[in-house]
Design a protein around this ligand. Sequence first.
Ligand code: GAR
Length: 209
Amino acid sequence: MAAKPVVKRLVVLVSGSGTNLQALLDAIATTGAEAYGAEIVAVGADRAGIEGLARAERAGLPTFVCRVKDYATREEWDAALAGAVAAYEPDLVVSAGFMKIVGKEFLARYGGRFINTHPALLPSFPGAHGVRDALAYGARVTGCTVHFVDDGVDTGPIIAQGVVEVRDEDDESALHERIKEVERRLLVDVVGRLARNGYRIEGRKVVIQ
Ligand code: GAR
């Protein structure tokens, strides 16, 4: 009898509209979790009342909210977030528009299996305003980067990047929308390949087997 394919468990973290989360949900629904190699087991957020959580609820997934302001210190929040994620025993954690920097405890548990997607070509334009900063700088190309999270701000090993041209008439919102079209496809492709094939991180290089 053929061995049952391994389906990796994903927890996805969001802070906003959750269109990257939706792309993962759609890909898994269309392909099937076994063929895709992963399933989403829970969605977490740092705030309530966002479309990203509504998308998870519509998909019938458990959700949790871990707000910084509910904890006395950032360290306590970080430990609580790590604990909330751990309850779902994920193989990989995906930050899909999660606008918080995690701390030591989270990285101790999930370092090397915590993936972030960022709307710029790192190492250019890290931080919370990657699209705005690229536009203000006058970059002619920008894009998106899917990378592992380390203890810096958007400094971890790069897994894949997608390029988007900046148009003369672009404002932040128009440019971000075109980046997100590329980003959603990239994230779906990368997460599936990491889950199905396995990977090694060798210094700054990510080798997908
Ligand atoms: C994405 O473009 C993601 O790269 C960005 O937020 C957007 C979330 O969109 N993340 C960051 O800027 C992190 N620094 P979504 O909520 O529609 O998936």
